[in-house]
Ligand binder design. Sequence first.
Ligand SMILES: [Zn+2]
Ligand SMILES: [Zn+2]
Length: 376
Amino acid sequence: MPFFRHMTAQSYSAVIRRYGEPLSVEEVEILEPDPGEVVVRIEASGVCHSDLSLARGYYPDIPIPIVPGHEGAGTVVEVGDDVTSVKKGDKVFTIWMASCYNCEYCLSGRFHLCENALESIVNASLPSGKLKIRDKAGNSIHHFTSTAALSSYTVVHEKNVVKLTVDVSLEKAAILGCAVLTGVGAALKTANVKEGSTVAVIGLGGVGMNIVQGARLAGAEKIIAIDIYDSKLEWATKFGATHLINALKEDPVEAVKKVGGGGVDYSFEATGNVVAMELAYKIAKRGGVVTIVGVEKGGVNIRIPALDLHMTEKTIKGCYYGSSSPRLDSLKYLRLYKAGKLLLDELVTRSYRLEEINEVFKDMEEGRIIRGVVVP
Ligand SMILES: [Zn+2]
Ligand SMILES: [Zn+2]
């Protein structure tokens, strides 16, 4: 579908019209890019658990209707004025923080905490504050994480894309933008896993598998994978898991104690379920680091025994985007992939068409896939 300058472009997008209900796939219009913005023809789009959480109403303050998707990869087909980092024809993938490079957080190198990018995410708009997707009736639709990548075309700020400089398929590049940055980053950057340590990872979706391989890259000695699906547990051995625990078949606290000698140095939660978050606390040993990566519904609280926290001196960390420097780290992980040290191929378990978006969510909820990628 050609895109002409100074005209709108036709596109198809998955749209959340009401939280908790199936998504619709709609013909929409993409408005032309303003200065600093680009239009990307999306050729592969990973579906992340936070897209599912959004659709289920876990972020009730994010405005609807909205197009989800933040793991897009494709080709730049149009550029606005003053775009410097990419040009027409470049292959790119999306990152979901348009870090401003100018706030307190960016200036201290914590690009994943950028307060201006966060504002765009909360408003579900482009960084300019504008909305550039229109439905058939001409009404505006919001952009999840300023990327709205579950679309055939999307308009984004150039800060939300990274030029693909390594020869890799777009299907694999797509999942770099969230699953790999978040998971590998959680192990290497948020928790800073040390060589020879013991690690446990609860929840083996796209992010959890990447925490497992991040722990392997860090040189962890024992990596315990915990899930309720045997198929996912077996798959985790490819990524570096050394011990497997099916939490439906054995008590995970006791099982981890046996393997880890009282608990693990680093525990990670990647399910988005508060029960798993509390489990992550329980399985960390004295002085251990507990990293909460999953997204739980707004308003839910984690219960931590106060005296135990004092006596054990455990550290509990939140993890947002794997504490990544998204532009730098994503290209570093791609080089590790090319060097055979980081797995990408094994993360994508199925491709879908855009019209099958509700089926992707169902397969995720029922544990059938690690990562589904939509090819619009
Ligand atoms: Zn994500
Ligand atoms: Zn900033």
